[in-house]
Design a protein. Sequence first.
Length: 209
Amino acid sequence: MLGKIISFEGIEGTGKSTQIQRLKIFLESKNIEVLMIREPGNTYIGEQIRHLLQHDPNVHNMCPETELLLFEASRAQLVRELILPALNEKKWIICDRFFDSSAAYQGAARQLPKEIVEQFNRFAVGNCVPNLTILLDIDVEIALQRLQQRKEKKDRIESESIEFFRRVREKYLQLAREESSRFFTIDATLSEKVIAEKICTYVQERFAL
Ligand code: Z5A
């Protein structure tokens, strides 16, 4: 049997990184080997692309088409260099974002054609579709308040308008309705502990751990 892929999605500040750490500890307590990845990034190529996409101070005018292709390039490399080998070793992969992020950010928020984004997503990942996608859903204003407490400077995508993030959130909710057997949606305003308990209970039951 191959390993499994669990992806986490949601707008920024929903607590993905926090919950991923907790799920990793839970899975390891069941003697499951876990590989954690984040998009974009992880491979050498992916980290160079992450810098270009988010932090390079010389990037001011990236067009949506380029943005999509860069996310997909990072993803294609990640799948072949890390995810497929780990699945073959029966590891479970926890992804901090995967192709649904492109549907939400580049498709819905940047308003690139849905069909094009879907085609590029398929091209980048091949058969690597998550067994489960956990959507941490939160009101955009609350997520942005959480992020304001951070000291770091906002990156290029974080600097987008509130309307942009509303479109991202709506798209995630739509995907969760359309693919209800893959998605598990959680109210991210609950406490960290309660969210973690809900996720671990769900994963335990779903995969009969
Ligand atoms: N992007 C894209 O456009 N297209 C794509 O295909 C892909 C990505 C793959 C990657 O950002 C950016 O790339 C992202 C989408 C875009 N940009 N935006 N905007 P990233 O990797 O730098 O960051 P992120 O994925 O958006 O996540 P984040 O900022 O690290 O947030 P988070 O992981 O969801 O949340 P957190 O760090 O766990 O928690 C945030 C804060 O809330 C922190 O202070 C916690 O202590 C607090 N927290 C966590 N849980 C709770 C609860 N339950 N209650 C109260 N407070 C909490």
